[in-house]
Write a protein that binds this ligand. Structure first.
Ligand code: PMV
Length: 309
């Protein structure tokens, strides 16, 4: 059995989504592939399966698998701790494969089980990554049911509604700062600002407004408008304090050849994205200032499962 899942980037609404505002994420064509073979002991890439090194795989097996031990081999094009959803990508690839071997692979079940794996492993704040890499294309997460509803995810008091959203074949460049992003720390930093400052609460609301407003330009493939909204969203994220000098540098140079550019994900390091028709030029600019650049496109395909063993 071979299964796979893409990576993701958040286009609009990161951080605001923690406070019930909507967010839009897209799957991108960097994938994680996992091969499963039956064996006498569990192993991952030739090493014994241990909680410390294979947290997500171990948790997925604990939650799903009651069959014979498995020899698991993984390959991933997704850089870790970059904000491109590397943990969701491996989690969904593994969950899809395990459920596939039990003939229980179905999109909603994969997404919900994957969220549970991530939640129990890292106490993650939202199901945006796992839903996006399961479904592929574009996802809108909000706190109420809207058009194109797919499924909802509940945890404690919070309930997220996951929707399909039409996105054009955006050409993006992802710039990795090389500095690992620490999502829980950045979420906590914004939370403190949000609790004590009504201005921060207005900023979060404004991000939510932008996310709703950009749905139409996305449907109409209006790249100029989408770019303008990316720049606006980036200013607001910067006000929230989640930028980093390296992210700012990469965003500034990308804008020479882009419709728009912004921090993506938790910030404080991690990645930025630029929307552009000139991917090669943007890659060059980002690498000249010391970033690592990836030319990416929207992945139409979410999880995949091949050949039953
Ligand atoms: O950095 P990432 O891709 O893990 O994204 C974090 C997004 C936040 O909105 C900051 C947190 C969340 O869980 O939604």
């Amino acid at each position: 059995m071979i299964s796979s899942a893409p990576a993701k980037v958040i286009l609009f609404g990161e951080h605001a989504v923690v406070y019930g505002e909507p967010a839009i994420a897209v799957a991108i064509n960097l994938r994680t592939t996992v091969m499963f073979e039956r064996d006498v002991d569990y192993s991952v890439n030739g090493l014994p399966l241990i909680d410390k090194y294979h947290r997500y795989i171990k948790k997925a097996i604990d939650l799903i698998w009651d069959g014979e031990p498995l020899k698991i081999t993984t390959a991933s094009a997704v850089p870790s701790a970059s904000g491109m959803g590397s943990s969701a990508s491996i989690t969904i690839a593994v969950v899809a494969g395990l459920l596939g071997m039990k003939n229980e692979a179905e999109e909603e079940k994969i997404a919900k089980t994957g969220f549970e794996v991530e939640y129990q492993t890292q106490g993650r704040a939202s199901p945006i990554d796992t839903s996006t890499v399961t479904h592929g294309k574009g996802i809108l997460v909000s706190n109420k049911k809207m058009d194109n509803f797919l499924w909802d995810v509940a945890k404690g008091e919070t309930r997220w509604f996951i929707h399909h959203i039409e996105v054009p074949r955006l050409k993006l460049v992802v710039g990795f700062s090389g500095i690992k992003g620490h999502t829980p720390e950045m979420v906590e930093k914004v939370r403190r600002f949000y609790m004590w400052n009504s201005f921060a609460r207005d900023v979060i609301k404004e991000i939510g407004k932008i996310t709703m407003e950009v749905i139409k330009p996305l449907e109409e493939e209006d790249y100029v408008k989408i770019g303008e909204y990316m720049n606006k969203n980036n200013k607001l994220l910067t006000i929230l304090g989640v930028s980093h000098p390296m992210l700012k540098k990469m965003i500034d140079v990308s804008l020479k050849h882009s419709y728009g550019a912004k921090i993506t994900g938790a910030g404080g390091g991690g990645c930025m994205i630029a929307l552009t028709d000139e991917q090669d030029e943007v890659v060059k600019e980002i690498e000249e200032v010391g970033g690592k650049a990836y030319k990416v496109e929207i992945a139409e395909q979410g999880y995949t499962i091949d050949t039953q063993i």
